[in-house]
Design a protein around this ligand. Structure first.
Ligand SMILES: [Zn+2]
Length: 274
């Protein structure tokens, strides 16, 4: 009979403890290298990843991207307006990436000279400045769709060997459509940046999908939208071309979460006609 008072005490403690408000937290997507997750917390909640506040929409949306080489784990903390907290540990699944060799590039494009380097740096600074304007709405909630038709000719993460020299990994998805093939906004967003001809990227477009999620469209032959324009998923924004450092016409489509390049293929629906 000695256990009974303990049970009663426990029951009493339960009844007397303050009412617990649950924190709403939903996460979708894969916690994998190169992955992008979309989350939702209560409106007004504070969301932190590894102690750093994440941008959230008024409705409580947020995004988390995982880099190619990051191993985690990450600590996600959501604090509701009433002070209730929920912490979740996110383990990151590791991947292995291919090696991609590309030969026959003009040597100056593999090892740019001092004048080219100055131009490359100036263009990069211009693009980084434009990309600093981050939308506060979760426009990525429109979902993502293929920005162009054509076979895949390059994937995210592959280690690049250009003319026999090791270079940075490839941080996008290459779609080898013919020059002139329509390029469409992969998701709803706002056009942030349009450049007529960058050294490596060629004719370049950046679309902001909100809360740090942005997509880039490179090597275009034509751009049909202006910076500041709101675009819908599937809207025509330009045409495939062969501008910048390329060996043939294709669209390089890249996806970023803040400064982290993520894998576009992980966010796209399967194609019926790849
Ligand atoms: Zn590419």
């Amino acid at each position: 009979m000695r256990v009974l008072p303990n049970i009663l005490l426990a029951l009493l403690a339960c009844l007397l403890s303050p009412p617990a408000f649950a924190v709403t937290l939903t996460l979708q997507g894969e916690a994998v290298q190169g992955g992008l997750m979309f989350g939702k917390a209560d409106p007004g909640a504070t969301v932190q990843l590894d102690g750093k506040a994440l941008r959230t929409s008024a409705e409580g949306d947020f995004a988390i991207g995982f880099s190619r080489d990051g191993t985690g784990p990450h600590e996600l903390t959501v604090t509701g307006r009433d002070g209730t907290r929920e912490a979740r540990t996110i383990a990151v699944t590791t991947r292995s990436f291919d090696i991609q060799r590309i030969d026959g590039l003009p040597q100056r494009q593999v090892t740019p000279n001092a004048e080219d380097l100055a131009r490359i740096r100036a263009e990069a600074a211009e693009m980084t400045a434009a990309r600093g304007t981050v939308g506060t709405q979760a426009l990525f909630r429109s979902g993502f769709d293929w920005p162009a038709e054509g076979p895949i000719s390059g994937v995210y993460g592959s280690q690049r060997i250009l003319n026999g020299e090791a270079r940075a990994p490839h941080y996008g998805l290459d779609i080898a459509g013919a020059a002139g093939t329509p390029v469409r906004a992969a998701a709803a967003g706002t056009v942030l940046f349009a450049h007529p001809g960058m050294y490596f990227n060629g004719r370049t477009l950046v679309i902001d999908h909100g809360l740090g999620v942005q997509s880039i469209y490179l090597h275009l032959s034509e751009i049909s939208v202006q910076p500041g324009t709101r675009v819908e998923k599937g809207q025509l924004v330009g045409k495939i071309g062969a501008t910048g450092r390329v060996t043939g016409a294709h669209l390089h489509w890249g996806l970023q979460w803040n400064d982290v390049y993520v894998d576009p293929l992980l966010i796209l629906p399967p194609r019926s006609n790849p």
